[in-house]
Design a protein around this ligand. Structure first.
Ligand SMILES: [Zn+2]
Length: 250
């Protein structure tokens, strides 16, 4: 219970589903579980690392959860976009600042690895992750989904697990033409006002993406609503993640 009082994140209702179907884990249960996790540093707030291949990925995948975290915990956020050049770099910075305005501290990092070519620049990207590991010790990492069909997203996920080996990692999802949405097992229900903020920030923050057929208000609300149905979210909406490993009592 001590952790939950200090870290609002752990007081949030989170849904976890297994192969036998969804099972609701309420805050009290979750709090007692997180007591067993040795790596949290409740006294100094929550350190979060957000990793995205492209400038709008983090916002699409976990923007609502970040907004919720910032409402409920003192957060120090490192926000990394690996491929952002020209106007997309400016969008990435402006959008990150908008999403993170409630953070205790922020570090926004953009790199210029060539979009769509991440598998062919693996060594340079790996070296960047090694440097990132030395400057950042997150309690919680958000990254791409392991089975994402975009090659850049997949590389970021693989390097996240290679690099952050004693950390709590949640993989977020990005809707796309390839149709790679799966069955996530961690849900974060979101109030409607945060969903509205997420979608508004996305649509206003990335004018270079408005010509994409999928970059629309209904896309973002549809996925939030679908995950809300799956998690029986009280305000209808949720973001969903893949939590592959949870180490307790180590
Ligand atoms: Zn992307």
């Amino acid at each position: 219970m001590r952790v939950a009082k200090r870290l609002g994140w752990y007081g949030m209702m989170v849904m976890v589903s297994g192969s036998s179907g969804p099972a609701r884990l309420y805050a009290d249960w979750l709090n007692s579980v997180f007591e067993l996790i040795p790596t949290h540093r409740a006294d100094s707030g929550l350190s979060i690392l957000c990793l995205g291949a492209h400038s709008d990925d983090i916002e699409i995948g976990c923007g609502g959860t970040i907004l919720r975290l910032l409402q409920t915990a003192q957060c120090r956020v490192t926000w990394v976009v690996l491929s952002a050049t020209g106007p997309r770099r400016l969008e990435a910075f402006a959008s990150a600042r908008r999403f993170l305005k409630g953070a205790k501290s922020t570090a926004i990092v953009t790199k210029q690895f060539k979009e769509s070519f991440f598998p062919y620049h693996g060594e340079a990207i790996k070296e960047f992750f090694e440097r990132l590991k030395r400057r950042c010790a997150p309690d919680l990492v958000f990254t791409h989904y392991r089975d994402d069909l975009h090659q850049d997203h997949r590389i970021v996920c693989e390097l996240t697990w290679n690099t952050f080996r004693q950390h709590h990692i949640l993989e977020y999802e990005i809707p796309k033409y390839d149709g790679d949405l799966g069955r996530p097992n961690v849900y974060v229900p979101l109030p409607e006002d945060l969903c509205n903020a997420k979608v508004k920030y996305l649509l206003e923050g990335f004018p270079t993406q408005r010509n994409k057929h999928w970059f629309t208000e209904d896309t973002f609300y549809s996925l939030l609503r679908l995950r809300g149905i799956e998690s029986f979210a009280p305000d209808k909406y949720a973001e969903a993640f893949y939590g592959r490993k949870l180490v307790l009592g180590g």
